[in-house]
Design a protein around this ligand. Structure first.
Ligand code: HEM
Length: 437
């Protein structure tokens, strides 16, 4: 299996260790192929920003995401991607985020009310599922307004099934070589989940095409978007792939980020005290009711520092479309390139006490500069996250509302283990004691 054996077993350890030992660029090889790991800021910038046009394709590892997202923004490339990005971008405009602010607040309050029912349980409460339900609820409402209540739960069930299947494929990569149409129980289950999910999404799209007026949501924006040059809008298939992409890219990332944040704050009383001081203030209350997060600067720092320690997209990959050279090494066309985001966030070369949870690092006078590129939880360059501001707003609101009403404490003996698969998620879920403040 070559070096990939280790990279697969404990990627966070080995990928970072080899980056230190081998000067920031090296090849991981396995029977399934090779990838060049690029782990210095100037080279990562070269791939993602400066010479991004040479690295338009995503790497082979994104094949598994295609199962979930089809040919949507995350997985597509070239002119097709450019056209789709132009058409979807306006849906994430600042004004539109303000429009869904109060929905994010009210859904977070509803989630807190549910959690409060279990408050005081000494065994702790498993939080990854309720957080995933909350973020799926938020993205569904942002996507389809409130006219599809109940759909979120069903969509969530099928997405969770497909996600599990995708994870199984990643754990057993030989599955990539089996024909997808082969009637194994695995393929049959995946096929049924996908058909059911597509049925729901296609049904909504058909209804909305028939009666497009009176909606103010992401789907309305996608339906009305058209290509500037051709004047054409998205086909039903394109729409479905983009809707699926937003569902998948927009909920698990944020749910996992929130799991890690709650875990970090629960074990850092000084950060919790700082959060309470801000959240209980009149400025915070005014900010939450005015529909912006400007009155919650410390809360935002806590979010940013959590994303540094636990970047839920822990690495990104590209494929060289033409020959290139990185740091004096030849990168022939077709090479898979991997950029391990977590390594930049954790390296002692760039951060003092890198593994310490210190939201003060993101205070205005201490924030990391753009150059060197050492902090990029949302990626960088043209393929950077389209939902970046959506996610920050959502995480700040959830953090403020959760800590305004509840406090969280570690459960003695419960082991928190990061599991880097598609996203960096807690392997055993996240169990914390929940108490009323
Ligand atoms: C904490 C939450 C999130 C994190 C850490 C995150 C991270 C990322 C990263 C690193 C990328 C770049 C992937 C690459 O270079 O291959 C990306 C792309 C993307 N993200 Fe996010 N994301 C988050 C939330 C969201 C949300 C809420 C949405 C949608 C509502 C979203 C939609 C997307 C899309 C569509 C892309 C592909 C953009 C393109 O290639 O044009 N993400 N995200």
């Amino acid at each position: 299996m070559g070096t990939a054996y280790y990279a697969q077993r404990d990627p966070l350890k080995w990928i970072a260790q080899w980056a230190e030992e081998l000067g920031g660029i090296y090849t991981i090889s396995s029977p399934l192929g090779t990838a060049v790991v690029v782990a210095r800021p100037e080279w990562a910038r070269q791939v993602m920003v400066e010479r991004y046009s040479r690295y338009q394709e995503k790497s082979r590892s994104y094949a598994v995401l295609r199962l979930l997202m089809g040919n949507g923004l995350v997985t597509s490339s070239g002119e097709f991607w450019r056209g789709q990005r132009k058409m979807t971008q306006p849906a994430f405009h600042r004004k539109r985020l303000e429009g869904i602010f109060s929905m994010m607040v009210s859904r977070s309050i509803a989630a807190v009310e549910k959690l409060a029912r279990d408050a005081g349980d000494l065994q702790g409460t498993e939080l990854s599922i309720p957080l995933s339900t909350l973020t799926l609820d938020i993205i569904s409402r942002a996507m389809f307004s409130t006219d599809v209540e109940g759909t979120a739960a069903e969509v969530g069930k099928y997405i969770a099934m497909l996600n599990e299947d995708a994870l199984r494929m990643l754990r057993h990569p030989w599955r990539f070589f089996l024909p997808r149409k082969f009637p194994t129980p695995f393929n049959a289950r995946e096929f049924a989940a996908r058909e059911a999910l597509y049925g729901i999404v296609d049904g909504i799209i058909t209804e909305r095409r028939k009666a497009p007026d009176g909606h103010d949501d992401l789907l309305a924006m996608f339906l009305s978007a058209c290509d500037e040059e051709t004047g054409r809008g998205m086909t039903d298939e394109q729409l479905r792939d983009e809707v699926m992409t937003m569902f998948v890219a927009g909920h698990e990332t944020t749910a996992n980020a929130m799991c890690w944040l709650l875990h970090l704050v629960a074990s850092h009383p000084e950060v919790e005290a700082g959060l309470w001081a801000e959240i209980d203030s009149a400025e915070a209350a005014a900010s939450l009711s005015a529909g912006n997060i400007t009155g919650l600067p410390y809360t935002r720092q806590v979010v940013e520092e959590s994303l540094r320690l636990f970047p839920t997209i822990w690495s990104v990959g590209r494929r060289a479309g033409e020959d290139d050279e990185i740091g004096g090494y030849q990168i022939p066309a077709g090479t898979n390139v991997m950029i391990p985001i977590f390594h930049f966030h954790w390296s002692p070369e760039y951060w003092d006490e890198p593994m310490k949870f210190d939201p003060g690092r993101f205070a205005p006078d201490r924030r990391p500069p753009n150059e060197p590129m050492i902090y990029f939880p949302f990626g960088a360059g043209a393929r950077g996250c389209i939902g970046n501001q959506f996610a920050i707003q959502e995480l700040v609101i959830m953090t403020a509302i959760f800590h305004r009403h509840l406090k969280f404490r570690p459960v003695p003996g419960f082991e928190v283990v990061p599991d880097p698969l598609i996203t960096l998620r807690p392997k055993n879920g996240m169990r914390l004691r929940v108490m009323m403040r």
